[in-house]
Design a protein around this ligand. Structure first.
Ligand SMILES: NC(=O)c1ccc[n+]([C@@H]2O[C@H](COP(=O)([O-])OP(=O)(O)OC[C@H]3O[C@@H](n4cnc5c(N)ncnc54)[C@H](O)[C@@H]3O)[C@@H](O)[C@H]2O)c1
Ligand SMILES: [Zn+2]
Length: 675
């Protein structure tokens, strides 16, 4: 390459890096992942190293951070706040060690302090006479932002120092960060309320800290870990960096418990590997390790270059966020029928593994991200959580990008998908017909509070389904000892027991049976209410939604789930087969015997003296009656208190039986029900 295209590249890199620094440092709105920024930065460094004459004072390589936001008051740092040089390989780390040694006068003892490199934002705290007087961001290294009110809200920052041996003026430096759990929590809340979702914990920490209203900062889960003291002229309180950190601990600061001092670069290498191993299990994000020459005298010999000290180096970990291309979106059906969009990615190495699938949560998330097929996206894999698409790199969207279309039918069973109003999740309406939901449906059917089939655990259900012995819950009642005795881990005795348990489970109650069908949002309590209300299955299956809503605790959503379940031909067949294969329960008549008012519809109106309307309603329901809110020809009885109005009139017009409060009390008394 001739000089001029290379110089053009250099200029383009400078422009890009300036732009991305501004987005990252000033606006807290990075457009690309750090790994991409680092690649561009290193490319710039490489060009500037081979062409030192092209170096310019305003090159990103010569600068720290970016200018502070004008909305904050400015703070001038007495001692500049610098950045750190990075290395990405062991070889480069060894080179650093050689450079350090070559610059030191003979006869030195070289120890390194090793610390995690927390991924947050650099902050300076100023204490005068032991009292916190100022907090500031790094800004461009010379001038930062005054965030005193905000740092005061962070509980790990002492407002007053402990002990008494601190210097009159003390400037402490450290990193304010957001632990991962707190980050997940505030993002979950933000998603619910359609507020700003942060890309990563570092971005969340920066956005939370640089608030003009400190009450917002106070609500954010921030911490500060301290890693240094700005050097003051003359006063030598201690001789090493690690000793200084020890003092900071005594004065009440949080200093990383991972701090270690080693006596060789080999020690640094082992420290790096040990912490990299534990990276996922730490409570916060770290993006590498910082190694510092421990002796303050040796640090002074080494000094600084424009943007970083010569006595420290950051050894970066593999990136937890990378840029890749979204090739396609696939839809997976989970065990509850929830359909999740899964991003199919150009394979990319991120968070220590090669990732080719990532979660997109649901359609709300797809809309929030504004992501399209073909987009360049940022994938994040941190901790042990599944990789996620967290951002679209809009500036790299190709012309060919295409919208992600929500499927209308289940990719597994072809049943229509539905999305309840206000819900982000698409669901397969197939119920038992859906292969994806089948195993879970059968496990639920067999469980203790459902059909209570003793011995039919999750493993066995999977085995039966995988062996093709059963497809639906009704098939369970076609199993025989001969069919199952030869299965792996089964044997004659277990087979006998299981068939006996199946036989026993045939006699059940309507409530259990309804619960066991696994209709969405029909738990035990709702199943009981349904059984009481309708008395029999045919009545329930025939009930329109308006009638279902009359059942206690059944709202429009549950009613629509129940209705949809029984509207499915497949489900109706399974229910019929279950009945044909011997599943039964006491009939409504029998229930009538237990519940004196079963099958009756009552209406309450007017004011009652001796009880509240809701007490009366509960009592009637306990006796088996359905309590409706309006009178019709089907109403069996109206209990009218004083000042009853239109309902009473209607009852009289229709010739429906009417009783007063005394009459109602008499009914309760005669049924042995007390109030
Ligand atoms: N995505 C983007 O668009 C974009 C833009 C600009 C910068 N960046 C990222 O920002 C980083 C560069 O920023 P930088 O100049 O702050 O440098 P840096 O983060 O690489 O290193 C210096 C910083 O490390 C921090 N640090 C954490 N633990 C420390 C410890 N124990 N001792 C000393 N310092 C510690 C301090 O805040 C210090 O200022 C890179 O990772 C880069 O990718 C990204
Ligand atoms: Zn399905």
């Amino acid at each position: 390459m001739s000089d001029s295209p290379l110089r053009e590249r250099l200029m383009a890199l400078r422009d890009q890096l300036h732009h991305h620094s501004y987005q990252y440092y000033v606006l807290d709105a990075p457009l690309i992942p750090d790994a991409e920024y680092d690649r561009l930065f290193n490319e710039l460094l490489a060009i500037e190293t081979t062409h030192p004459d092209w170096l310019a004072p305003d090159s990103p390589s010569q600068r720290v951070g970016a200018a502070p936001l004008p909305s904050f008051s400015q703070v001038r740092h007495e001692t500049p706040m610098l950045s750190l040089d990075n290395v990405f390989s062991e070889q480069e780390l060894l080179d650093f060690d050689r450079r350090v040694k070559s610059r030191l006068d003979d006869g030195f003892t070289l120890n390194y302090a090793c610390e995690p490199k927390l991924d947050g934002i650099a902050v300076s705290l100023l204490y005068v006479d032991g009292v916190l007087v100022r907090g500031a961001t790094r800004g461009d290294g010379q001038i930062g932002e005054d965030i005193t009110q905000n740092v005061k809200t962070i509980s790990s920052i002492p407002l007053r120092l402990r002990g008494s041996d601190w210097p009159d003026d003390l400037e402490v430096r450290g990193e304010i960060y957001m632990p991962r759990a707190g980050f997940e929590r505030i993002n979950a809340v933000a998603r619910e309320s359609d507020a700003k979702v942060f890309v990563n914990p570092r971005n969340a920490a920066a956005g939370s800290l640089r608030q003009l209203d400190s009450r917002i900062t106070a609500k954010r889960p921030l911490e500060m870990s301290c890693y240094g003291i700005a050097q003051q002229d003359g006063d030598a309180l201690f001789t090493s960096h690690s000793e200084g950190l020890q003092r900071l601990r005594e004065w009440g600061f949080l200093v990383s418990p991972e701090l270690q001092v080693v006596d060789s670069i080999e020690g640094c290498v082992s420290y790096y590997h040990a912490l990299l191993q534990r990276r996922d299990s730490l409570a916060y994000d770290i993006d590498g390790i910082v190694f510092k020459v421990d002796s303050l005298a040796l640090q002074a010999q080494l000094g600084f270059v424009s943007r970083a000290p010569r006595w420290a180096i950051a050894h970066k970990f593999p990136a937890q966020e990378e840029i890749t291309v979204l090739r396609d979106v696939e839809f997976q059906v989970g065990r509850t029928g929830a359909v999740t969009p899964v991003a199919k990615l150009e394979p990319v190495f991120v968070g220590g593994v090669t990732v080719s699938n990532a979660s997109l949560h649901n359609f709300d998330e797809i809309e929030r991200l504004g992501v399209m097929i073909g987009d360049a996206v940022v994938v994040r894999r941190a901790g042990d959580v599944i990789p996620k698409v967290v951002q679209v790199v809009l500036e790299r969207r190709p012309d060919t990008a295409s919208a992600i279309i929500a499927p209308k039918y289940c990719p597994v069973c072809d049943s229509p998908l539905e999305r309840a109003p206000g819900e982000a999740v698409l669901r397969c309406s197939g119920g038992l017909v859906c292969g994806a939901q089948r195993k879970e449906a059968i496990k639920h059917f067999a469980s203790r509070k459902a059909m209570d089939i003793d011995g039919l655990g999750d493993k066995l259900v999977e085995q039966f389904v995988d062996a093709g012995l059963i497809e639906t819950v009704a098939d369970l009642y076609l199993l025989t000892v001969e069919k199952i005795a030869n299965l792996e881990r089964m044997g004659q005795k277990s087979a006998d027991n299981l068939i006996a348990a199946l036989e026993k489970s045939r006699a059940t109650t309507l409530q259990r049976f309804l619960y066991s069908l696994g209709i969405r949002e029909v738990g035990e309590a709702t199943a009981l209410n349904l059984a009481r209300h309708f008395g029999g299955l045919p009545e329930l299956m025939a009930a329109p939604e308006e009638q279902l809503i009359e059942v206690e605790d059944v709202g429009p959503i549950v009613a629509s789930h129940i209705h949809a379940f029984f509207a499915s031909e497949f489900n109706r067949v399974v229910v019929r087969q279950l009945s044909e294969r011997g599943v039964h329960w006491p009939s409504a008549q029998k229930l009538d015997g237990e519940q004196p008012l079963a099958g009756q519809t009552w209406v309450l109106t007017g004011n009652l003296e001796t009880m509240t309307r809701s007490d009366a309603k509960e009592k009637l329901q306990a006796l088996g009656a359905k309590v409706a809110s309006s009178v019709s020809a089907k109403t069996d009885c109206v209990a009218a208190g004083t000042s009853a109005g239109s309902k009473l009139a209607k009852a009289e017009a229709l010739g429906v039986k009417v009783i007063d409060e005394q009459g109602l009390l008499a009914v309760f008394a005669s049924t042995g029900s007390s109030i």
